[in-house]
Structure formats: C-alpha cells, structure tokens
Design a binder for this molecule. Structure first.
Ligand SMILES: Cc1cc2nc3c(=O)[nH]c(=O)nc-3n(C[C@H](O)[C@H](O)[C@H](O)COP(=O)(O)OP(=O)(O)OC[C@H]3O[C@@H](n4cnc5c(N)ncnc54)[C@H](O)[C@@H]3O)c2cc1C
Length: 460
C-alpha cells in the first residue's frame, strides 16, 4: 500500500497528485487549506506564451497531458482576436513566435474543472486542511500535522504550498492585506514554511533593501466597473492596453520593476533588454495590459498608482480595484523557496519533495511539469526505486536545473523570477535552440531523450 500526501492544491499540487496516481500510488491525499483549488492559478490564465509552449509540448510528449487538456477545455473564446491583440513588437519579424500559440483559460471555470479531474483520478481532497508541522525519524518524514491537530502519515510527501505571501508577509513587507480572493489568509490561515521544519535550505526572494519576499506589480479591477467600451473590447479580444502616461512618476517607486525585470526582460528602467523576448509593459509604451481574468481584468500594472489617479484614465472613471494590496498594486511573492535536487527531492530528507513555485518553478506550465515529476518520484521513493530527472536535453530538465541553480547561487535569495514566458530564461531557450518550438521538434527531442510516454508507465 503506497500513500502520498500532497500539501497545497495550486496548479503544482493538482499536477503532483495526478502524477502520483498515474505512477500507481494506492492513495493520494491532497491537503488544501482553502475550499478551492488552483491557488494563484485563479488569477493567472495566460498560457503558451514564449517558452511556456515548449514545456507544454514536452509534457504531452512525455505522456502526461491531462492537466493541460483540462485547461484547454476551459479556454476562452475568440483566441484569434486575442493573439492579434498582443503588443505590436510581438508581431515583428522574428518575434511572432512569442505569442503565436498563446491563449487564455477561464479562471472561473478552471477551478471546478480541476476538481473534476482530481476526482476522476481518485485523489482524496481534504478541504480547509492547513498543514502546520511535520514529524521526522532521521531524514524520513513520517507524518504532517494539520491545524486541527490531526497527524497524517504517508510514505512520501510533496510540498506545493507556493510562494505567495501570507497575510503577515503582505502586511510587514509589501504594504497591507486586502483579504485578496486568491490566498484568503484571514479565513484559512497564514502561510507556513514547512521546509524549514524539516531542516531544508530555504531562501526567500528579496527586495532591493534585502527585505524578504518580492513586491510583484499587478493590478486587478472588477471587470464590471470598467466602461462599456473597455468591457466590449475585453469581450472581443480578452486583452486591452490602457494608456496611463503622465499618471505616475516611475522614479517614485524604484521597486516597480525589481522582481519582474529578469522575468520580463526589461533592464530595470523599463526598456526592453531584448526586443524579441521582452514582454512587460514599459514606461516607454505608456500603456499597461489588462487581461480578462473572469470577473477581474488585470495584469502587470504600474505601481504604485492610486485609485484617484486611475479614475482619470478614460473608461476607468468608476473603476474598483480588487487587489491585491490596496492602493499599492503589489503582490507579495517569492517566500520560503526551497532547495531541491533535479528530482525535486528536498535534501536532507529521503521522501519529501517540492514542486511549483515553492521549488522556484514559476508559472502554470512549469508548475504542471514539475508537479508531474514530483508525483512520480514520490511514488518511486515510496517503493524504494531510484529517483529520475527530466533529461537535460529537454526544456523541462533545463528550466528545473536553471531555476534551482539560480536560487541556490544567488546569495541571500534571488531578486528576480526565472520565467519561461519571457526575459532572461526565454533568451536562454533561444540560445540552446529549444525556442522557437513546434510539435515535430518537441516530439523528436523527447524521443531522442528516451522519455516518450514516460509518464504513461506506472511505477508500481
Ligand atoms: C498576479 C499573477 C498573475 C499571474 N499570471 C500568470 C499567467 O497568466 N500565466 C501563468 O502561467 N502564470 C501566471 N502567474 C504565475 C502562476 O500563477 C503561479 O506561478 C502558479 O499559479 C503557482 O502555483 P503553485 O501551485 O506553485 O502555488 P499556488 O498557486 O500559490 O498554490 C499553493 C496552494 O497551496 C495552498 N497552501 C499553502 N500553504 C498550505 C498549507 N500549509 N497547508 C495546506 N495548503 C496550503 C494554498 O492555499 C494554495 O492553494 C501569475 C502570478 C501572479 C501572482
């Protein structure tokens, strides 16, 4: 009887649970502190941009396309209009590949769809179950303790608790808590650094002054509070660009691009570092991007920008901000990242794994790929089999190795994200010849690496 416990039901946890069941675990229990799945994925939605696409193709070729299929099924409509609405420089010769495959899932219907998927795989979901402690015998984790004081035993554990700030981090390090609909800490409890409790090496990303956890700029409006014109534009293409030039003084917030500059390829002053791989809105363009996110519309936005400034933008006269941090438009991310090896095992343990943003694998697709691998390896460890890595010739192997080295070699924690969709890591995928990608190329890459349909074979 093999039993795996997954802690956290974001996109990484969902994938880890499915990975463990596909590998043949008899019992997979997913412990989620909220009463919904998907975590930050309930505000994400943008798929297959830039280097996310090769990762998607690879996991399908490796025989674990189920989570992607679930997202595909809840794609928004009018995706041709969406693709045509991207930043103009993404249509320039040489840059079309950035957005050519991009699409958006419906963040509202993805949550129930992911529940159905887990039910289909026979995963036992325990809602409102927050893990607060672990017990070990030597280097072996034996059980975890929930906030209700239940101790749950398993053969292997997968930590998918993400890196988003808990209330105490948001209040202390970013600027406040507005009880965001995504983390819901006041009701379901604050974040806990479980990997610290097992003696693992844990680092937070850091702000310019060394404060732990990064301020990640993003602004989310209630879609209904936009003008009819913007609402119609969003319904047509699911993406609009709002003018804001002159409304905010970029120099007044030296943090605005700190965490996102590596991810998005700008140089910290808002100028694209690499015209082909930069993504983020910049002061030069004088606009910011609003992506359709269910009842919200938003994305990376200038920060700080106050409500009274926003309401001067035509079409935003009545705008209501949903979050995340009132008036400051910041997320608190990059907390308690853990060092893993390339199998996603967390040293010094022999049976505790991590996946997704907790393991510095940021964005939905890297969460999926790392979750599947962690699920398989959890089962392998449960039955005493050697752990496996993604082949290094694949984007999946490369990004895992790169992200961990980036974390482990950055003294005191990194100050910027590794993200496949744009910026420095996408540049790397170009340099190593993986990007641009296509189905045939990915198929050959995975077959040459001996990993075709790997995740279709049960471990037990
Ligand atoms: C504003 C914003 C927009 C984004 N947009 C995109 C996008 O468009 N496309 C994209 O690909 N990526 C996007 N990303 C990144 C992507 O959403 C995240 O990297 C990804 O969703 C993280 O998933 P995760 O499973 O690692 O963590 P999370 O989504 O944070 O999930 C962690 C889960 O664990 C639970 N949990 C935490 N602690 C415990 C505990 N102690 N016990 C039990 N449960 C616990 C939480 O409740 C949560 O459900 C965005 C991120 C942000 C912040």
């Amino acid at each position: 009887m093999s039993k795996v416990i997954v802690i956290g039901g974001g996109s990484a946890g969902i994938s880890a649970a499915i990975g463990a069941r596909k590998a043949g675990a008899d019992q997979v229990i997913l412990l989620e502190r909220q009463d919904q799945l998907l975590g930050i994925g309930r505000i994400a939605g943008s798929m297959d941009v830039g280097g996310r696409y090769p990762l998607h193709l690879e996991i399908v070729e490796m025989g674990a396309g189920e989570v992607n299929e679930m997202f595909d099924e809840v794609s928004l409509d009018n995706m041709d209009n969406y693709r045509a609405s991207h930043y103009p420089w993404h249509s320039l010769p040489g840059s079309e590949e950035m957005t050519k495959h991009s699409w958006v899932y419906n963040v509202m219907t993805a949550e129930p769809a992911s529940r159905r998927l887990l039910e289909k795989f026979g995963v036992d979901i325990r809602w409102r179950t927050r893990v607060i402690d672990v017990e070990m015998e030597g280097n072996h984790v034996t059980k975890v303790k929930t906030a209700d004081c239940d101790w749950l035993e398993a053969d292997a554990f997968i930590d998918c608790t993400g890196s988003a700030g808990g209330m105490k981090d948001c209040r202390k390090n970013v600027g406040g808590c507005v009880m965001c609909p995504w983390m819901q800490c006041p009701t379901f409890g604050d974040r806990v650094n479980l990997t610290e409790k097992i003696g693992a090496k844990t680092w937070s990303m850091r702000q310019k002054d060394g404060t732990p956890g990064v301020k990640y700029n993003g602004i989310y409006f209630y879609k209904e509070s936009l003008s009819q014109e913007w609402k119609d534009a969003l319904a047509f293409s699911h993406q609009v660009f709002l003018p804001y030039r002159g409304l905010t003084d970029w120099d007044s917030d030296p943090e605005w691009s700190w965490a996102t500059r590596g991810q998005d390829g700008n140089d910290g002053e808002g100028h694209p570092a690499d015209a082909e791989t930069s993504w983020r809105v910049t002061p030069n363009t004088g606009r910011f991007r609003l992506l359709d996110r269910g009842i919200f519309a938003g994305g990376a936005g200038p920060s700080p920008i106050k409500l009274e400034q926003l309401r001067k933008i035509p079409g935003l006269e009545n705008v209501v901000v949903a979050g995340p941090v009132g008036g400051k438009n910041l997320w608190s991310l990059g907390h308690d990242l853990v060092f893993t090896d390339n199998t996603l095992l967390v040293p010094p343990t022999d049976n505790y794994f991590a996946a997704g943003s907790k393991a510095n694998m940021v964005d939905v697709q890297p969460c999926i790929n790392s979750g599947i691998l962690a699920g398989f390896n959890a089962v392998r460890s449960a039955v005493g089999k050697e752990l496996v890595e993604f082949p290094m010739s694949t984007a999946s192997g490369d990004i895992l190795d790169f992200s961990q080295k980036f974390l482990q070699n950055s003294e005191g924690g990194p100050t910027t994200f590794v993200s496949a969709h744009a910026g420095h890591y996408l540049k790397r995928l170009k340099d190593i010849g993986v990007f641009p990608d296509n189905e045939e190329k990915a198929k050959k890459r995975i077959a040459d690496a001996g990993f075709a349909d790997y995740f279709k074979q049960k471990v037990i």
